[in-house]
Design a protein around this ligand. Structure first.
Ligand SMILES: [Zn+2]
Length: 165
């Protein structure tokens, strides 16, 4: 079995640990929230930010790991705002389509997709891209069943949902 080494940073005291995460996690039944059985050695906190050892961009492998564990975070807060960016679009879609992700993470990913549409719709964004908006609307339409199972903030729904077919 292939082992992957990632860094988990304690969200409380910022202590860093290297952990090896086995790939068999994905074969376990999803939808009951999984917790890494790891505590921070300094403060016993169980919430961590996940990243790689070197500065490398977020990729599918890391997003997959994040999507399977309730206590892994890409950042302490506003993960959906961080993910609402064109470079992450493909790995977000890949994760939604191929990984049995936790519901709580599915919410974050769909919220991120909706935020991309929102950002590229509102008048106040002078750099908005109609092409990007249309692409994400198309991807949301293809996954409408899963989208309706997710909880999206009302102010985003208001702008995004009328644009879906
Ligand atoms: Zn700690």
């Amino acid at each position: 079995m292939k082992e992957k080494i990632v860094i988990i940073t304690c969200l409380k005291c910022k202590n860093e640990q290297e952990v090896s995460i086995s790939q068999k996690t994905e074969s376990l039944a999803a939808n009951h929230d999984k917790i890494l059985k790891i505590k921070c050695p300094k403060c016993s906190n169980i919430k961590f930010a996940i990243s790689y050892k070197k500065v490398v961009p977020l990729d599918f492998e890391l997003l997959k790991e994040w999507s399977l564990h309730q206590n892994l975070f890409l950042m302490p807060q506003d993960e959906e705002l961080f993910l609402a960016d064109e470079p992450y679009l493909d790995i977000i879609l890949q994760t939604l389509d191929t990984v049995k992700i936790l519901d709580i993470k599915k919410n974050v990913l769909f919220e991120a997709l909706c935020i991309i549409v929102y950002d590229n719709t509102i008048e106040s964004n002078l750099k908005k891209s109609k092409q990007l908006r249309d692409r994400v609307i198309n991807e949301l339409n293809k996954r409408k069943q899963k989208l309706t199972e997710s909880s999206i903030s009302d102010y985003i729904k208001e702008i995004v949902y009328p644009q879906l077919t």
